[in-house]
Design a protein around this ligand. Structure first.
Ligand SMILES: [Zn+2]
Length: 418
């Protein structure tokens, strides 16, 4: 398992099929739901260098290979955060699953394939549902008709001599001053409830929690919801102060949504200038912004060198020395140090070991199916078994880490139709 990356649409679009194959071989690709919507919206694209369904299929073909997953939707995570089920903001994907504790005290989480994950697999085969056509049309018309300049005029209309703010970090300080005012926490909560369309039952629970803790900072009470509010308010204040790095480009409003998922990756990859400027002040010291072109160059180098690598190098969980500098830098920062050659191999299991593990897992899966739904980070220290059920395609990178497709490697017999 390599570092966790989130790519925006521009970065994903720039990768060739083979580059996205190696992307999934060496990284965990966390897919934010906004990326799925952006891809689906291409179904109604007028620019037809390729037919729209083919375009969407091609995009989908670069996703959910190997260990990829779709992160929980930010609105759901905000709801959870407001009622005290805080999603972990530790650079790992946050997924939804059923959880149980067995009589032996083992904590098990079972994650079924989500509706979004199933949809992506379907799109790879060029199959779309009618509702998805409607959704694509709706998304396109909303993003096209949004009048950002009118919002900017409305924000500024009662003010004169508004000063200028020169940098994204100065803008974020202004945001923190506004939201951090302890006497304004009730007002901030009300704004948040409207901004994210929070239902009344959750709203009253959140208000109760705020009252119970003596109206202290929402940042301590609901860290993730508060984080999202900082992102949204940065955008509004950026419009208010007419900051050039925020701008009134319609697509910025959509691009902003990627920032809601920033806490759930080690590195965010994009080719977009808006992203580059607004992401930087939100990055924790253990996170990176990576330019999409740099990642592409690194993956192209892997693809280029692959046929010249020894079998030991291919099986190594660490990327080969010939990978581009950004790939080695990401591994250097987020993974365990490289061991001498041959010691980084992803351990393989004998058939007996596989059978034994399956025998142990089956009753746990059965128990977990009657468990309660909850959100969980994929690296929860308290969880002994995290089981993900999902479809695997023969053209996906093999789970043993050989760098071959599953159909050429561990699922070879299936590939031959057996
Ligand atoms: Zn294999």
């Amino acid at each position: 398992m390599g570092p966790t990356l989130i790519l925006d649409k521009s970065a994903l679009q720039s990768l060739s099929k083979i580059e996205s194959f190696y992307l999934h071989r060496y990284f965990i690709v966390n897919i934010p739901p906004v990326l799925i919507m952006e891809i689906l919206a291409d179904l109604k694209k007028d620019d037809t260098r390729a037919t729209p369904p083919k375009l969407v299929s091609e995009f989908a073909g670069k996703l959910l290979l190997g260990d990829g997953c779709v992160n929980g939707h930010y609105q759901e995570l905000i709801r959870q955060s407001l009622v005290g089920n805080e999603p972990k903001m530790d650079g790992q994907p946050v997924l939804q699953g059923k959880t149980v504790r067995t009589s032996d005290g083992e904590h098990v989480i079972l994650m079924e394939e989500t509706a979004e994950e199933k949809a992506i697999q379907r799109w790879k085969d060029g199959r779309f549902e009618d509702s998805e056509e409607i959704l694509a049309e709706g998304w396109r018309s909303i993003t096209r008709t949004m009048d950002i300049e009118a919002i900017q005029r409305a924000l500024r209309k009662d003010f004169h001599n508004i000063p200028e703010i020169g940098s994204p970090s100065a803008l974020l300080s202004a945001v923190d001053n506004l939201l951090g005012d302890i006497s304004a926490q009730v007002a901030v909560l009300s704004w948040m409830l409207v901004e994210y369309g929070i239902e009344s039952n959750i709203a009253s629970k959140a208000a109760q929690r705020l009252q119970l803790c003596g109206y202290k900072s929402l940042g301590e009470l609901a860290p993730y919801a508060y984080y999202c509010m900082r992102v949204s308010v940065l955008y509004y204040l950026g419009l208010f102060y007419r900051c050039p790095f925020v701008g009134t480009r319609k697509t910025n409003r959509v691009d902003l949504e990627y920032l809601f998922y920033l806490p759930f990756c080690n590195a965010f990859v994009s080719n977009d200038n808006f992203h580059k400027s607004v992401v930087e002040p939100f990055l924790r010291s253990d996170q990176l912004f990576v330019h999409g072109e740099d990642l592409k160059r690194g993956l192209a180098a892997v693809a280029d060198q692959w046929s010249k690598l020894t079998e030991a190098q291919r099986k190594d969980s660490w990327p080969p020395d010939q990978s581009g500098p950004i790939i080695l830098a990401l591994w250097g920062q987020f993974c365990r140090p490289r061991q001498p050659e041959g010691k980084n191999h992803i351990p393989s299991m004998t058939e007996d070991e596989q059978r034994e593990l399956l025998g142990r897992l089956r009753p746990l899966i059965e128990k977990a199916q009657s468990g309660t739904e909850q959100i969980a980070s994929v690296q929860d220290d308290d969880v002994q078994f995290m089981i993900r059920r999902r479809s695997y395609r023969l053209e996906d990178p093999c789970m043993c880490g050989s760098g071959l497709t599953a159909g050429e490697c561990c699922l070879k017999d299936l590939g031959r139709g057996r």
